[in-house]
Write a protein that binds this ligand. Structure first.
Ligand code: NAD
Ligand code: UDP
Length: 314
């Protein structure tokens, strides 16, 4: 039985990972400071004797005996990571360094949840792992983008210097149940607006693209990457290559929710990437991973989740 630490385990992705790793029979420690995470996401694990919650900040040093670390702690929504940008950089950099030290002391494996944002506003399309990116170092997204890039650097250097057993995944836009209603990202915003028949807020003209991956596909890829026995350390893109414009996405949400909402346009935030689509050749080849969930099925489940949440708070 493995002892696995998940930082950011009370967040959207982290809570699904806790569930998967508990179901597989592991001991799971969830470390979270609840900045964007929620007790609701993990309350059903609290009775499980193999689950332990640590209400703690990743920027503080911490020691426990572990076999594996999944490092997810970091706000992912632009609104949340820009609300306290200096803390975001600290979480990415100091937090990852703390987790690498913990991995080193334990001789444990560590997986870093990196992001498609390391490619910035990409000038090649689709993005492959060999692309170094196009990132503004001093913009409003930089605390996250550069923080995550530096976290990858730390991972690579611990691997080179101390032979730490690392894995780096670059996650592209992922969606599903357990996202916060007020998260601020496009999926939760549009679905909540549509369910309430409120205006759907498109930033800019809606011609920018994203490629959306359902949570169960991502979790499958994360665990495959951690457990791959080829010593493949990455970085590897994990995302669904099915790309659409934000306008098309808004129209799809209106259709699936049968909503009376109208589309309105708001200013496009600074440095908003114009295009984003993962090249997943490497994940297919090294991990035999391919996302399976169709967007209509994934969104239907996500809409059901938000509908229930809205009724709970009504
Ligand atoms: P989320 O905001 O739902 O979860 C992040 C979790 O980290 C929350 O529970 C939060 O409370 C916790 N946290 C934040 N700062 C912390 C700190 N200093 N100490 C301890 N805990 C802290 O976001 P998510 O979508 O679940 O993202 C999880 C990870 O995956 C993040 O590292 C994010 O950068 C990465 N990622 C997510 C996506 C996506 O589409 N969801 C895309 C790329 C990368
Ligand atoms: N977006 C939007 N309306 C919203 C929220 C986001 O049009 O209410 C746009 C945003 O400008 C971006 C895309 O949707 O172009 C995805 O934004 P999100 O914050 O989900 O994630 P990002 O991929 O930008 O990190």
């Amino acid at each position: 039985m493995k002892k696995i630490l998940i930082t950011g385990g009370a967040g959207f992705i982290g809570s699904h990972l806790c569930e998967k790793l508990l179901n597989d029979g592991n001991n799971v420690i969830c470390l979270d400071n609840f900045y964007t995470g929620s007790k609701d996401n993990i309350k059903h694990f609290m009775e499980n004797s193999r689950f332990k919650l640590l209400n703690q900040d990743i920027t503080k040093e911490y020691f426990t005996e572990v076999n594996e670390i999944y490092n997810l702690a970091c706000p992912a929504s632009p609104a949340a990571y820009q609300a306290n940008p200096i803390k975001t950089t600290k979480t990415c950099v100091q937090g990852t360094m703390n987790m690498l030290e913990l991995a080193k002391k334990n001789n444990a494996k560590i997986l870093q949840a990196s992001t498609s944002e390391v490619y910035g506003n990409p000038q090649i399309h689709p993005q492959e792992e060999t692309y170094f990116g196009n990132v503004n170092p001093i913009g409003i997204r930089s605390c996250y983008d550069e923080g995550k890039r530096c976290a990858e650097t730390l991972m690579a250097d611990y691997h080179r210097f101390y032979n730490t057993d690392i894995r780096i995944i670059r996650i592209f836009n992922t969606y599903g149940p357990n996202m916060d209603i007020n998260d601020g990202r496009v999926v939760s915003n549009f679905i909540v607006q549509a369910l309430q028949n409120k205006d759907i807020t498109i930033y800019g003209d809606g011609s920018q693209t994203r490629s959306f991956c359902y949570i169960s596909d991502l979790i499958d890829g994360m665990v495959k990457m951690m457990n791959n026995d080829k010593n493949f350390v990455g970085p590897v893109n994990l995302g669904n290559p099915s790309e659409r414009t934000i306008l098309e996405f808004a129209e799809l949400i209106i259709e699936l929710t049968n909503s009376k909402s109208k589309i309105v346009h708001k200013p496009l935030p600074e440095d908003d990437p114009v295009k984003r689509k993962p090249d997943i050749t490497l994940a297919k080849e090294k991990l035999n991973w391919n996302p399976k969930v169709d967007i209509n099925d994934g969104l239907t489940k996500t809409i059901e989740y938000f509908d229930k949440k809205l009724k709970e708070i009504a």
